[in-house]
Design a protein around this ligand. Structure first.
Ligand SMILES: C=CC1=C(C)c2cc3[nH]c(cc4nc(cc5[nH]c(cc1n2)c(C)c5CCC(=O)O)C(CCC(=O)O)=C4C)c(C)c3C=C
Ligand SMILES: [Fe+2]
Length: 424
């Protein structure tokens, strides 16, 4: 898959158009750009396009990009047909955006002079930057206030629960929930923001943004080939994440399969939890290194478990220290580890965020935690409950936003996101 001319539609990548304009001015775009589209620029751009179509949606096991803009939407559409038309329009736009193209037939600057451009234009000279756009459905898409607004209540997955309130939660209504979620990740922040902005614009009259969050640094690796990044506590994060290479584990812990007939539309999909977690970094920064490592259960420099070894050595929770086990049973590592969670694993894909300061001189900073798993009842709720009660890290955290979404499977060419649900 390349990001240049789409032979079917005669559209051009943003990058090709830019190159052509540089060579001879926009006046020659219509005729001469084809040569660029078929030439060097195509190969150059092809390297940073993530295929949009596939068995699973992109943006889950895709190598975690560096930047993220995620937005949740409330549907204002009054009919089922209107929701379907939105999902069709979003799919078409996402196909273009992820291929590095402007959206629409005329893009950012090729349309009528007396009409608003179809594309907002801020990504015109930018590459695709590994943009992925991942869509999910909240419980309220299926049933809201007891009403089956769009005729899909019979297909509400049993696992798409209302999350319980966990001990210490300080959730804000305006940062939680949503009928739909759109996660845009890219290696260029402007590409991710452009995607969400244009999808919000397309949704006008059918859905409106409920909340959105920008993240600036990945806090997980999703491939064995990626270097483990660091979170805002300065620790390596994502060491023992599920990785794209682990097919058997992904089948067991990530992808939904073989559910009841009413939920078959979700086969090949997954569940996504998002938590906006404020980190009290000023307090953390006044904490000793010994305490920080005790809380995490790993060393700060290497990311090795406190029981010894290197970053990828398995922790030994029974290894004795002077005053008890070397890894504290209340450390984050101990509470999150599969050995203490019935073997459950998840694919984490979160981002660091800072949203300015809070008026008291403290940074409003933390982690926008995103995780994907096969069933939130077995793979998320028990772990979060245990952490909320016992995790030594809790003292430094405050959960301010939350959402749970069913993420449909991937899309085949010509199809639209959620087609299996609406045509079930
Ligand atoms: C309920 C799930 C989890 C939440 C919420 C969560 C928040 C959170 N985590 C860190 C920092 C680290 N987490 C690490 C490991 C880790 N965390 C979870 C789950 C949640 N974290 C899991 C499942 C794991 C893996 C456990 C394992 O299998 O060993 C680590 C260690 C390095 C690593 O393996 O990734 C760090 C560091 C923060 C700062 C945070 C909230 C802001
Ligand atoms: Fe964690």
């Amino acid at each position: 898959m390349t990001s240049d001319a789409d032979p079917g539609k005669g559209r051009l990548s943003r990058r090709s158009l830019f190159t052509a304009a540089g060579a001879g001015g926009l006046g020659l775009a219509a005729g001469a750009v084809g040569a660029f589209a078929l030439g060097k620029d195509r190969a150059e751009a092809a390297g940073d396009v993530v295929p949009f179509h596939g068995a699973h949606q992109a943006g889950i096991t895709t190598d975690a990009q560096d930047r993220m803009h995620t937005a949740a939407f409330d549907l204002t559409a009054s009919t089922r047909q209107s929701v379907i038309s939105l999902l069709r329009d979003w799919t078409e736009a996402a196909e273009s955006l992820t291929a590095g193209r402007d959206i629409g037939e005329t893009g950012a600057s090729g349309g009528a002079y007396d009409a608003p451009p179809e594309d907002t234009g801020e990504a015109q000279d930018l590459h695709a930057a590994h943009l992925t756009i991942t869509f999910g459905f909240g419980r309220t898409l299926f049933v809201k206030d007891g009403v089956d607004r769009y005729g899909v209540a019979a297909h509400l997955p049993e696992a798409l629960i209302d999350l319980p309130l966990f001990s210490g939660d300080a959730l804000e209504e305006g940062r939680s929930g949503g009928d739909l979620i759109v996660q845009a990740c890219a290696d260029d922040p402007q590409v991710a923001v452009h995607a969400v902005r244009n999808l919000a614009r397309i949704a006008f009259g059918r859905a409106r943004v409920r909340w959105s969050q920008i993240g600036f640094g990945r806090t997980a690796s999703t491939s064995a080939e990626q270097k483990t990044p660091r979170n805002l506590f300065g620790f390596k994060d994502g060491t023992s994440n599920l990785k794209v290479q682990e097919d058997d584990l992904l089948a067991e812990h990530l992808w939904v399969s073989g559910g009841p007939a009413a939920e078959s539309w979700l086969n090949g999909g997954t569940y996504m939890v998002v938590r906006r977690i404020r980190m009290h970094i000023e307090t953390w920064d006044r904490t000793t290194l010994r305490e920080q490592e005790l809380v995490v259960g790993r060393t700060k420099r290497e990311g090795a478990p406190l029981s010894g070894g290197t970053e990828f050595t398995a922790p030994d929770f029974s290894m004795p220290g002077r005053d008890g086990p070397l890894i504290d049973p209340a450390s984050h590592l101990a509470l999150a580890h599969p050995d203490h969670n019935g073997g459950a694993r998840m694919l984490r894909r979160g981002y660091n965020y800072t949203d300015g300061s809070d008026g008291l001189g403290r940074l409003d900073a933390g982690q926008f935690f995103i995780a994907y798993f096969v069933d939130p009842r077995t793979h998320y709720v028990p772990m979060q409950s245990a952490m909320a009660k016992n995790d030594l890290m809790v003292e430094y955290l405050r959960h301010t936003g939350s959402g749970l979404f069913a993420v449909p499977p991937g899309i085949t060419p010509g199809g639209y996101i959620g087609q299996g649900l609406f045509e079930a």
